[in-house]
Design a protein around this ligand. Structure first.
Ligand SMILES: [Zn+2]
Length: 90
């Protein structure tokens, strides 16, 4: 009997580019109880989530298409979360 620790990596799809990436490489967006979209940095918020690469191209593309509100099933979740979005600076 071996207690194998599976190295299964949960994959999530980015709303911007549509690529599947390991969940930890993506930024999670979630709906807070007040119905506002927020960046779930700690990935602890309960409920429906949406994922984006930490890249401005993906962020812009998702915003242009309204993908975030569609994924989170909100008519308007506001865009205040964009300010808190942790873009990777390269
Ligand atoms: Zn992406």
């Amino acid at each position: 009997m071996t207690a194998t620790k599976t190295s299964h990596v949960p994959l999530r799809r980015c709303l911007g580019c549509g690529r599947q990436r390991p969940q930890r490489e993506l930024v999670r967006l979630a709906l807070d109880p007040s119905g506002t979209v927020s960046v779930d940095v700690a990935r602890r918020l309960f409920g429906r989530g949406a994922y984006l690469c930490p890249e401005s191209t993906c962020l812009k593309r998702a915003l242009a298409r309204g993908s975030v509100s569609r994924a989170l099933r909100v008519s308007t979740g506001g865009t205040a979360w964009v300010e808190a979005f942790p873009l990777s600076q390269r």
